[in-house]
Design a binder for this molecule. Structure first.
Ligand code: TRH
Length: 377
């Protein structure tokens, strides 16, 4: 009999919560023959990345996943064999009672936030709280051996590499999005939160000897782009040229298309958690806008990732990358760090692919979860 999995996703803000749980749910169903229910409290956020979602429905099937609207009025529901609370969300009390009432307690896990910090290795898989005899465990994604790894579908890297080799396929994909970059232009994507450092970056791109075509999916950074362009409003489809910089606004696309967009670009600015990981699987140099946390604790997470990511780089390339990422994450001037980074472009490009392949040697997160369950029973 198929193991039954319940994944609970509460959308706090943005798209990372649903982005991560949707990928995980799909992969568990498609690759591990699990019967997966995905409980989501905000179907509108889900609809942005999976337009087939009907926001009116309490129950629907999407790509082999039983999608449930997690509403305030919780109807009695039997507990699954494995229960995942994503990002420490609080399960409905009645559901916890149902877990406690099971003849065989389910495996209950908290899928934590992604961090490259060293302590994660020591905490991954440890018992957390108990509810009436049902034990909860910490499950930490991560970059280091001994963590739960990263979400990565089977064959992802091979598909990505084949797509990157297929010039015509890439052109067709971009044309489908209305993107026609000039020959020789550097193609870049920009998905980020509001950032006061953006103007200085765009200034230097506009004055660069090489042309840049910058793709900006609709979202929080658009206000800063708009101010820099000096236009009244920006909407998907808009294209503006300033110096050697073309800025093009894109509609928010479905998750698989966003992956392909990252694969097409020479450089990706990504953010949060899920796009950050997908940027790494793209095998291209990237810039991470980390999710801001109280008391700047996100800056420790940033440093921890940088320490790992830059280990194999030459000293000057390492310094250039660190300077750029730190400038971006402290709303600082980007001009000089970007210019210096350009000097190390070939090394950073080779490194991005190498890092991706190294990370792909680890078991992926869905497989690690299934393994954890199998060891547990
Ligand atoms: O949206 P985010 O900022 O999410 C954040 C982080 O996860 C953060 O850690 C968390 O605490 C906070 O949410 C609540 O960035 P993230 O994680 O990259 O998620 C974006 C998702 O949107 C990702 O799955 C990719 C998807 N996406 C599309 O499907 N289409 C698009 O066009 C774009 C730009 C993104």
């Amino acid at each position: 009999m198929k193991a039954r999995w319940d994944i609970f996703c509460s959308v706090v803000d943005n798209y990372g919560d649903i982005g991560v749980t949707w990928r995980l749910a799909r992969q568990l169903a498609a690759e591990h023959a699990c019967a997966v229910r995905l409980w989501v409290d905000d179907l509108r956020a889900f609809e942005r990345m999976c337009p087939e979602v009907d926001v009116q429905l309490d129950q629907q099937w999407q790509e082999g996943v039983d999608v449930r609207h997690w509403s305030q009025d919780w109807a009695p529901t039997p507990a699954a064999d494995v229960v995942i609370a994503a990002f420490a969300c609080q399960l409905p009390h009645d559901y916890m009672e149902a877990m406690a009432g099971c003849e065989h307690s389910p495996l209950w896990m908290n899928l934590d936030y992604l961090s490259a910090e060293e302590w994660v290795v020591g905490c991954h898989g440890l018992p957390s709280v108990k509810f009436k005899g049902v034990q909860k465990y910490f499950f930490f994604p991560g970059f280091r051996p001994g963590t739960g790894g990263l979400l990565r579908e089977a064959g992802l890297i091979e598909r990505r590499q084949a797509f990157q080799r297929d010039l015509q396929g890439r052109q067709q994909f971009l044309q489908g999005l209305g993107v026609f970059p000039a020959k020789g232009a550097r193609l870049m994507s920009l998905f980020a939160y509001e950032n006061a450092g953006l103007a200085s970056w765009l200034d230097v791109l506009a004055a660069d000897g090489q042309a840049t075509h910058l793709l900006v999916p609709e979202g929080r950074i658009l206000g800063d782009v708009q101010r820099w362009l000096g236009v009244e409003a920006l909407a998907a489809g808009d294209i503006h040229l300033r110096g050697t910089l073309t800025v093009q606004v894109l509609a928010f696309v479905r998750q698989e298309q966003y992956d392909r967009l990252l694969w097409c670009c020479d450089f990706n600015a990504v953010r949060g958690e899920d796009s950050f990981v997908r940027g790494q699987w793209a095998g291209r140099p990237l810039l991470w806008h980390i999710y801001r946390q109280d008391e700047d604790i996100h800056l420790d997470k940033l440093d921890a990732f940088l320490a790992l990511y830059t280990q194999a780089l030459s000293a000057p390339a390492k310094a250039a990358l660190i300077a750029l990422w730190q400038a971006w994450n402290t709303d600082s001037d980007m001009a000089s760090s970007w210019k210096i980074l350009l000097e190390h472009w070939p090394e950073l490009t080779v490194h991005a692919e190498k890092w991706c392949l190294e990370q792909a040697l680890q078991a992926d997160l869905a497989t690690a979860l299934v393994q954890f369950y199998e060891n547990w029973i």
